[in-house]
Structures are given as structure tokens and as C-alpha cells.
Design a protein around this ligand. Structure first.
Ligand code: ATP
Ligand code: F6P
Length: 534
């Protein structure tokens, strides 16, 4: 796909250190590349500065009175800008982000005039993050900045002091973006107030809309497939069948899980739960549990949660006990929890990838009846569209608004969905290339917990059924592993190497662990080389 000059856009980040510029730039690029197939790249001036001048520079290096420092920072900026321009000249490339403080008008005007020199009229928008909330800043420094190469091997207190001194040096000359600059901008103040000026055009508006959904509050997503369905048992794809007895048992356990793990904050984040234990067969002694509960007693308050299902019977039946009144719950301290918060919200865009004329067939039947179609799907699972049905690409498009909504919401969210759908959402939040999505392992009988953090997501998997309780079904796709040649940077164990339609539990890094074990995984975002210190 070639692109015209007017398609091209440079996002210039602006803000004092530790105001989330890298985080925001990464989220934007991830969103554009995953859902809109718009290649984009971040040019992080901090990376260039480290290469040119070294990592561990004192705070005084960043003072505007340090003539050498100022000159070297400009060299680093120009090197990043030169590479950015080189990148933008490529056919098909549309978006790049220049990630630095860009905290003075002089610097910003220099960037604008450099972009103008290009014969391609590249559009530019500024995204400025202002954060004067001391607590957030300190948290950002601790969570992200201390682990950069700039502070490797340096005492925590010294590192924090130095970073604050660096920030103060930038602050002395900081000039916020304003209308006089004659530029387009979106200003984010303390992550919840937005000022948007002179933003026009589809792509810029799309980006600003996306940015306005972002927030930094802690939240958790829980993904699960429906319990085993009648069609799973028969090895048929699609349809709208109900649950088998094993599927119903999973639904009951999911309701218990929802009550214990999702809705009760005191259960959250305990050391005990973050280890690899079987949710229903936990052998830790109760003393520890009580200690954990004591520690978190102040968190023990009702919290609203969200529950989304598809419009299909099997997901609604899987969610049925969660909203059932018998799960009304009274906490130990006498407070009750309003389970109506968990009332499922069926959503059509969560419906499983539609297999068109192959709906209701087994993979074997598809292979026998439509061998060419079968082969085409094996060759390119992402783009392949079932006759009169959908492709993973189609599904990705219909999930875009939903992903935006997920960026926005603050409550814990449980999605009871389908394999194909959850593969896409998982791949997006875990920073996988979308080509990899159709091969991700999302086994039945497991809940996948994703907790977004600065540049990625932490993952835990809970297997809710024991091995012997799982019925073997016949839905496994014959070859669902991603061809080796197409694999990107991800750990090989992530992929579904044996087919995963069946009842076996399996963690992110295991082929099929048969239940009992829960797995942890952590993943950064798409731009893996970028360490986030702009
Ligand atoms: P530096 O200039 O030193 O590179 P930076 O501005 O790029 O810093 P990040 O590396 O992105 O800062 O900081 C990441 C931290 O900022 C994360 O912990 C993230 O949660 C937080 N963050 C993200 N968005 C915002 C925001 N709008 N306001 C404040 N903090 C934010
Ligand atoms: O922490 C500030 C920082 O991210 C440095 O790592 C980097 O050298 C600098 O900002 C880049 O911004 P500027 O070019 O404005 O100094």
C-alpha cells in the first residue's frame, strides 16, 4: 500500500520527564499498527542521547546553563529527527513519534521547520502531557525511571534525587504549548483534563480520541472462553449450542472465581494469589491467608465490576451464575456486595468469528468438503475469510471500538467470550503482532488475567478445572501453530502448537498443562527496543 504525503503524520511528544510521554506514544503506535495496519515508529531522543553521550549523566547535564549539555542534547534530537525523516520517506509509512521533552518553543519550532523542509508536506501534532501530581510523579519515577540504564547500579535514593533534579532543570525553562505556536495540539493535564486545539483530519482526530481514552489507574481484565459447549464436544465450529454438563460446571466455578478473585479487592494482589497455584486446590495454609486479608482489610470494599458476554448462548450460559441472586454475597464485615454490577452485557462484536458456509462443520469435514479453502486458511490464517463468513482481520476491525472502550474503563472487566475474539484482544494488550494473534493459546477452562502496567501487561492464568474433570472434545484444529517463518519476537511457548480447542488447560508458556497450574507471564509493548526514557 503506497501512501500520499498528506497521509503522513509526525506526533511530537512534549512534557517534563516522567509525565508519561513514552507510555502514551507507545499506546498510540500500538493502536494504529494493530487495529489500523498503520506502520508507526517511535524515535526516542533519550536512546540517541545515551548512544552519543552515555547513559549516566548528572542532572546538571540537563540544565539550560550547561552550554555543552544543551549542544549535545540538540545533537541527539537532530539525530533522532534525521532518522525519523528517513523513516517517513519510506513508501507506506504514515506515522512516527518524536519522543523527547521538547520543552521549549525554540526546540519545537526547530522541529516544525525541519519537517517543513521536506518536500512531502508532513503533518505534525503535538501531544503534551502535564502532570503536577506529586504522588503520580513519584510513582512514575519508581515504577519506570529507576530501572533505566541511566540509573543502573545507583542507590535508589540517589537515583530519585538525581531524577528530580534533572526534572527541576527542565522545569526552569519549560514553555507549555499554546495557541501562539500556530500548531495543532492535544494537552493532557494530570491524565484527565484535555485541551484540544486545531486538530483536523481523520488520522489526527482518531489519535486524539484514542489518547482521551487512556488513563493510568490500575485495572485488570479477565478473559475466559465459554464453558465446553455441545458443539465443542462434537468437534464442530460455530453454531449457537448450549453448554455440556462440564461446561455448566465451569460456569459455576467461574462465578465462584468472579466472587473471590474479581469482586473482592482484598483477595487481589496478595502474594499468595500471585504464585502459581491451582485456584480450587490451594494447599497454602490458612494462616497466611488471614495475614494477607488483614493486610488488605482497608481495601475490602465493594467495587463495581463489568461483565461482557457475546450474544451467543454458550457465553451467556457461562455467565449465568455470576449474576444469579444466590451469589449475593455478604462480606465478613457485614457489608454486602451488589451482584447486579456483574449483570452480563451481551455484545455483538464479541460474537465468535463467523465461519460462513463452514459454520457447524468439523475441521475434518471442512478439509474433505473444501480442500482448497482449508489449504488457504492454513497458509494465511489472519487474512483468510470463510466463504460468506469472516476472517481474523474482519474480527479485528469490529473489535476496535471495544478495545478503545477497554482502554477507557477503570473497573475490573470480565469478558466471557470465544477463542478467536479473545486471541485478538489478548494479542493487542500483550503487544503481539496481529499476524501472531490467530495462533495464541486460549484454552477452555482457564481465566486469563491481564494487568496493564507502564509499557505492557502482566499476565496470570488460572485453571478452574482439574485435568480429570475435563472432557476431551474434538474441536482441535489440525495445525494451528504459527509457521516458524512467520514468528516474530514472541516466546515460542506462547503459541498454540497442538491446537487448543480442547478441554486441556494451558498457560501462556505451556503447551497443555492439563489443569491445576497457573502461569505468570509479562510482556512489554510493541516497541521492544525502546526503554521508555525519552
Ligand atoms: P522521560 O521524559 O524521562 O522519558 P516520560 O514522560 O516518557 O519520561 P514515561 O517513561 O512514559 O515518561 O513514564 C511512564 C509512567 O508514566 C508510567 O508509569 C505511566 O503509567 C505514567 N503515565 C502515563 N500517562 C501519564 C499521564 N498522562 N500523566 C502522568 N503519568 C502518566
Ligand atoms: O528524562 C529526560 C529525557 O528523557 C532524557 O533521557 C533525554 O535525554 C531527554 O529527556 C530528551 O529530551 P530533550 O531532548 O528535550 O532533552
Amino acid at each position: 500500500m503506497g501512501s500520499t504525503a498528506s497521509d503522513k503524520l509526525v506526533i511530537v511528544m512534549v512534557g517534563l520527564p516522567a509525565t508519561g510521554k513514552t507510555h502514551i506514544a507507545k499506546r498510540i503506535c500500538r493502536f494504529l499498527s494493530f487495529f489500523h495496519d498503520i506502520p508507526s515508529q517511535i524515535f526516542n531522543v533519550g536512546d540517541y542521547r545515551r548512544q552519543l553521550c552515555g547513559a549516566q549523566l548528572p542532572a546538571s547535564f540537563y540544565s539550560s546553563t550547561n552550554v555543552d549539555g544543551v549542544a549535545q542534547r540538540k545533537v541527539a534530537c537532530d539525530a533522532a529527527l534525521a532518522d525519523l525523516m528517513e523513516y517517513m520517506r519510506q513508501d507506506g509509512v504514515r506515522v512516527a513519534a518524536l519522543d523527547a521533552t521538547n520543552s521549549t518553543k525554540k526546540r519545537r519550532m526547530h522541529i516544525v521547520s525541519t519537517l517543513k523542509k521536506e518536500k512531502n508536506n508532513i503533518k505534525c501534532i503535538f501531544i503534551e502531557s502535564i502532570c503536577d501530581d506529586e504522588a503520580i510523579l513519584r510513582e512514575n519515577i519508581h515504577k519506570v525511571k529507576l530501572s533505566t540504564p541511566d540509573y543502573k547500579g545507583i542507590e535508589e535514593k540517589d537515583a530519585v534525587d538525581d531524577f528530580l533534579a534533572r526534572r527541576a532543570n527542565y522545569d526552569k525553562n519549560y514553555e507549555p504549548v499554546d495557541d501562539e505556536d500556530g500548531v495543532s495540539y492535544c494537552k493532557i493535564v494530570n491524565s484527565h483534563k484535555y485541551i484540544v486545539h486545531n486538530i483536523r483530519g481523520y488520522l489526527s482526530l482518531k489519535i486524539v480520541h484514542f489518547v482521551m481514552n487512556l488513563h493510568t489507574l490500575p485495572r485488570t481484565f479477565y478473559f475466559t472462553r465459554h464453558g465446553q459447549s455441545e458443539y465443542n464436544l462434537l468437534g464442530k465450529i460455530g453454531g449457537d449450542s448450549g453448554l455440556t454438563p462440564a461446561g455448566l460446571e465451569y460456569a459455576r466455578r467461574l462465578a465462584h472465581f468472579a466472587k473471590e478473585e474479581i469482586a473482592r479487592p482484598r483477595r487481589k494482589d496478595t502474594k499468595k494469589r500471585s504464585n502459581s497455584h491451582d485456584f480450587f486446590n490451594d494447599s497454602d495454609d490458612d494462616d497466611d491467608d488471614e495475614k494477607d486479608d488483614d493486610k488488605l482489610v482497608e481495601d475490602n470494599e465493594e467495587r463495581p465490576c463489568r461483565l461482557w458476554t457475546s450474544t451467543m448462548r454458550r457465553t451467556q450460559e457461562t455467565a449465568q451464575f455470576i449474576s444469579h441472586k444466590k451469589f449475593n454475597h455478604t462480606f465478613d464485615n457485614g457489608e454486602s456486595f451488589d451482584w447486579s454490577q456483574f449483570r452480563p452485557k451481551p455484545r455483538r462484536n464479541l460474537d465468535e468469528l463467523y465461519a460462513g458456509t463452514c459454520d457447524g462443520m468439523t475441521y475434518k469435514e471442512i478439509q474433505d468438503t473444501y480442500p482448497d479453502e482449508f489449504a488457504r486458511r492454513q497458509a494465511d490464517k489472519l487474512s483468510y475469510r470463510y466463504p460468506r463468513g469472516e476472517s481474523y482481520m474482519d474480527v479485528t476491525l469490529r473489535l476496535e471500538p471495544l478495545a478503545q472502550e477497554m482502554e477507557r474503563i477503570r473497573e475490573p472487566l470480565l469478558i466471557v467470550g470465544h477463542q478467536g475474539i479473545l486471541r485478538i484482544l489478548y494479542a493487542y494488550f500483550m503487544g503481539l503482532d496481529r499476524k501472531e494473534a490467530p495462533y495464541v493459546s486460549i484454552p477452555l477452562n482457564n481465566v486469563i488475567e491481564l494487568t496493564p502496567h507502564a509499557y505492557g501487561c502482566h499476565e496470570k492464568r488460572y485453571c478452574l478445572m482439574m485435568k480429570e474433570e475435563m472432557l476431551v472434545d474434538g474441536q482441535d484444529e489440525p495445525i494451528t501453530s504459527m509457521p516458524m517463518a512467520k514468528r516474530g519476537l514472541m516466546a515460542p511457548g506462547l503459541y498454540d502448537v497442538n491446537g487448543n480447542g480442547g478441554g486441556g488447560g494451558g498457560g501462556a508458556n505451556s503447551k497443555n498443562n492439563g489443569g491445576g497450574a497457573n502461569n505468570n507471564n509479562d510482556n512489554g509493548d510493541a516497541n521492544k527496543s525502546n526503554n521508555g526514557d525519552a
